[in-house]
Design a protein around this ligand. Structure first.
Ligand code: HEC
Length: 127
């Protein structure tokens, strides 16, 4: 069981483990995002800017901080209910697109998988 540090961001690498932490692997993140056994994120998200069920992942790391992404990936429903400014912005975008409010799927992920995913999402940044 990973140690739970009070007040720590879910999924974050605890401070004391940072130095020994491995580097995030974008390729593993991509595989996780695409595979059915992994995140299966691509049933609902394109990696381009096109909206499918959910928003396109292009430049998602420009729209969000790492902190918010960690929160979202670890607990989309809880984050949706929160009044975090980045959630408010996502809600406004969802309303404007007249997209139905469905919920992003919660997948059990290790902190490494979250890191890998975010590092892959960072490769989707466009000007
Ligand atoms: C069943 C469809 C579905 C699946 C599967 C899904 N999502 Fe989502 N996702 C959504 C929807 C819909 C939203 C928009 C917010 C809402 O309505 O919940 C969203 C929002 C997001 C956002 C915020 C996007 C933005 O522009 O602010 C991120 C990041 C995200 N999802 C990542 C993922 C990842 C990574 C996975 C795979 C682990 C995943 N999603 C799986 C439907 C899905």
């Amino acid at each position: 069981m990973p140690e739970v540090v009070a007040g720590a961001v879910p999924g974050a690498v605890p401070e004391k483990d940072r130095e020994t932490a491995r580097q995030p692997d974008p390729e593993a993140g991509k595989q996780f995002l695409e595979s059915i056994e992994g995140g299966n994120c691509k049933t609902c998200h394109y990696t381009s800017k096109l909206r499918m069920v959910g928003p396109g992942m292009e430049s998602v790391t420009k729209r969000h901080t790492d902190e918010w992404l960690r929160m979202w990936l670890t607990d989309p429903q809880g984050t949706w209910r929160s009044d975090h400014p980045e959630t408010e912005e996502l809600k406004t975008r969802t309303r404007k697109a007249k997209a139905p409010v469905t919920s992003c799927v919660k997948k059990p992920m290790t902190q490494w998988q979250v890191d890998d995913l975010i590092s892959f999402l960072e490769t989707l940044e466009k000007e």
